[in-house]
Design a protein around this ligand. Structure first.
Ligand code: NAP
Length: 432
């Protein structure tokens, strides 16, 4: 028998416990695992689970130091005590499974160095994409490819909000309130709506796909708070949907040792595979040589889906322990780690096409002046459309060709100085 210690019995911990305590009809390895202890904050909490209360403890250290437990499953969330407990478990020679993207995105190097030294696994399938298998495919099934890009919708909350805004013409604030009532968004939604959760996840995927550590602070992130129903509507008329994309892209040529790494709302062509990913679902499109494109799609969060990923990691470890015993050398594919940090291209140097919505006073020559500001800063335009006109004001929607972000920003600065400009309402990058 293999003894498992769970840290946390919340959304994912509960799903994990439910799978482990109901092995019938699943992989026979599950019958060889016993949940020995579960660490929680409150023992008294009513949990509506068939559970021997004796396994619950508030003493989380007693789990990571229990000599009988060989696998510690960290499902607490947050940075501390999660990070310290993971490190203590590793130090005590235990394999670790975690769904904690925040900890892995920030302390990956420290945790993996400790794990290598002790010869234990740290598996993280539940940390990105919930129930979607993406970590193991990047480590193993796609390992023969030179990865060119990883582009994902990796945050279900923001995808739900954008889908609702798009389908019902609703405003961000109203949909956020509804998402909070339905339990899709946290009371403090910042991590989701400001793009921070997606940035954690893309840094993990990029690290695996491109083979280097990523400094979390190098990931540019911009959230969806400023997206309006008006922009979603105009985007649709231009043939796009707006999605919060997490993008990791290798560069060709001279810049081949640098990565583009960013999270921001993006106009996605309606024909693109990611355009039809709606609601709380996630999808990750990986492009590699020689494979071409492959898309992973499914439930990106939730108790059952995330627990499915967590338990598959536990099973992997048990399968290895069963076939090799505890003292075996680590499987280099499952335990792969890196020696160097990836160089990240600053956002100002990345080339994108931009959608911009401007409000101008209805003055003769205003459009010409705007065109001149773009031209003087090397920005060429795909289209410029005057969409609305009311109370002596005009609304212009401009889509540029690909241009370095710094040139586009310079052009906007000079446009802001024009007397005819009332406001630059939105600037959103367009997926090429
Ligand atoms: N929820 C999802 O859909 C999802 C999807 C993918 C990944 N994840 C990741 O999975 C992890 C767990 O998320 P979750 O949604 O399951 O969290 P959750 O519902 O908030 O549950 C957290 C659990 O940990 C316990 N806990 C937290 N801090 C503790 C402390 N200091 N001492 C003792 N116990 C503590 C809580 O105890 P009590 O029960 O006593 O309060 C609770 O059982 C996070 O890293 C999250 O990012 C979640």
């Amino acid at each position: 028998m293999y003894y498992v210690g769970l840290l946390g019995l919340g959304t994912v911990g509960r799903g994990t416990f439910e799978i482990l305590s109901d092995p019938a009809g699943r992989n026979p390895l599950l019958s060889e695992m016993i949940v020995k202890k579960i660490g929680v904050r409150s023992i008294e909490k009513h949990r509506a689970l068939q559970l021997n209360q004796q396994v619950l403890t508030q003493d989380l250290d007693s789990i990571v130091s229990d000599p009988e437990i060989s696998i510690v499953v960290e499902l607490l969330g947050g940075l501390e005590p999660a990070r310290s407990l993971i490190l203590k478990a590793i130090k005590a020679g235990k394999h670790v499974v975690t769904a904690n993207k925040a900890v892995i995105a920030r302390y990956r190097e420290e945790i993996y160095a400790a794990a290598q030294e002790k010869g234990v696994y740290v598996l993280i399938e539940g940390a990105v994409g919930g129930g979607i298998p993406i970590i193991k495919p990047l480590k193993q099934s796609l390992g023969s490819n030179r990865i060119q890009s990883i582009i994902g919708i990796v945050n279900g909350t923001t995808n739900y909000i954008l889908t609702q805004m798009s389908e019902n013409g609703a405003d961000f604030a109203d949909v956020l309130t509804k998402a909070q009532q339905l339990g899709y968004a946290e009371a403090n939604p910042s991590s989701d709506v400001d793009g921070l959760d997606a940035a954690d996840k893309i840094s993990i995927l990029a690290s695996l796909g491109f083979g280097g550590h990523i400094k979390r602070e190098d990931v540019y992130s911009e959230g969806i708070r400023n997206i309006t129903a008006t922009d979603i509507n105009y985007a649709r008329r231009l043939g796009y949907v707006i999605k919060l994309l997490a993008i990791a892209r290798g560069n060709a040529g001279e810049d081949s040792d640098r990565l583009e790494l960013r999270v921001h709302p993006t106009l996605v062509p309606q024909s693109h595979p990611l355009a039809s990913i709606n609601g709380v679902n996630n999808a990750i499109l990986v492009e590699g040589d020689p494979l071409g494109q492959v898309m992973f799609y499914g439930p990106g969060a939730g108790s059952g889906p995330t627990a499915s990923a967590v338990v598959s990691d536990i099973m992997n470890i048990v399968a290895i322990l069963k076939s090799h015993g505890t003292g075996a050398t680590l499987d280099p594919l499952l335990s792969r780690t890196h020696q160097h940090y990836c160089q990240i291209t600053p956002i100002e140097e990345i080339e994108s096409s931009f959608y911009t919505r401007l409000i101008t006073l209805d003055r003769p020559g205003a459009i010409g002046q705007i065109g001149t500001c773009f031209g003087e800063n090397n920005v060429s335009l795909q289209s410029l459309v005057q969409i609305g006109l009311e109370a002596n004001q005009a609304e212009l929607v401009v889509v540029s060709h690909n241009v370095k972000e710094q040139f586009f920003r310079q052009a906007l600065e000079s446009i802001k100085q024009l007397e005819a400009i009332k406001s630059i309402s939105s600037v959103i990058r367009v997926l090429d």
